[in-house]
Design a protein around this ligand. Structure first.
Ligand code: 2AM
Ligand code: CA
Ligand code: CA
Ligand code: CA
Length: 272
């Protein structure tokens, strides 16, 4: 079976697994800080997905947020990048507005991206070069917009941080308005459908953006880090995704801000 077709079936099954599992109690733990939560459902869903891929394709590599593939440091072969629950805070507090995100890369090249809005059972998906879809509906190319007439999604936390806050504040000030949905994968899917025109993050991991980046490519959008540099799929980075015109406009807010650049280099290192 084609990887893309298998991935679509798998993510729908994983969504059903989550919806069933939510009917029972689950434990909530905090990770590095009290607001960084993980539940049994995150871990069990990652294992569910891992086992299915491993059974079907024993020679593929798998990276997941909840501990799978931590030893993987090169992108050769087929690489599945999995976030079993993106938007864990929404999952815990709202029991909705969270996603499963799966991106597949072959020898470091984009292959296919899948984002399932679990409670709505809506699948955003794309295969490189073959267009993007919301369930069975092909997504139109995203049009050009200007910041002054655009909705952009970003987490307000970044606006109140020292050194990086003023660059984000400039965007908030100049945009028509901002939104914050609490799931990076859904933010990227919403950017592909035009619900928002761009989405910005100071720090994301590969499992947050691996699928979304492919879907955004397929509607003619652009994804880089906030300094306008290309993304390396094995590393955490900042993310700026949106239609090309708006992407170009937004990069200026960050790439021309010395304090921001220095803080970015401090957190993410220097690009080669
Ligand atoms: P998660 O739910 O899979 O952890 C909004 O909080 C978005 O940021 C979610 O996509 C969330 O993914 C991600 N996120 C949460 N905590 C984070 C952290 N400490 N570093 C980077 N991303 C994080
Ligand atoms: Ca997490
Ligand atoms: Ca995530
Ligand atoms: Ca997660």
């Amino acid at each position: 079976m084609e990887i893309y077709e298998f991935g679509q079936r798998l993510i729908k099954e994983a969504g059903e697994f989550v919806r069933q599992r939510m009917l029972e109690d689950f434990r909530v733990d905090s990770k590095l800080n009290p607001n960084d939560l993980v539940t049994d459902v995150d871990r069990e869903t990652e294992t569910f997905i891992y086992d299915r891929i491993n059974e079907m394709y024993p020679d593929h590599h798998i990276i997941g947020e909840e501990g799978h593939g931590t030893e993987i440091d090169d992108a050769s072969g087929v690489l599945w990048i999995v976030d079993p629950i993106d938007g864990t805070l929404n999952f815990v507090h709202q029991l909705q507005n969270f996603a499963i995100s799966i991106g597949v890369y072959i020898d470091g090249e984009k292959h296919c991206g899948l984002i399932l809005d679990v409670m709505n059972d809506t699948l955003y998906h794309a295969q490189s070069g073959k267009g993007a879809y919301m369930d069975d509906r092909r997504l139109e190319p995203i049009g050009s917009t200007e910041l002054a007439t655009s909705l952009v999604s970003l987490n307000p936390n970044w606006v109140i941080k020292e050194r990086i806050g003023s660059a984000f504040a400039g965007v908030v000030k100049d945009a028509r308005s901002t939104r914050s949905y609490g799931s990076a994968a859904l933010d990227l899917a919403y950017t592909a459908t035009g619900i928002v025109s761009a989405t910005l993050f100071f720090r994301l991991h590969p499992w947050d953006y691996a699928a979304g980046m492919i879907i955004i490519d397929e509607v003619g959008g652009r994804t880089t880090n906030l300094l306008g540099e290309e993304i390396d799929i094995l590393h955490k980075d900042s993310i700026l995704a949106g239609n090309r015109a708006l992407h170009g406009e937004l990069v200026q807010y960050f790439a021309d801000d010395e304090a921001f650049i220095e803080a970015h280099r401090h957190v993410h290192g220097e690009k080669k």
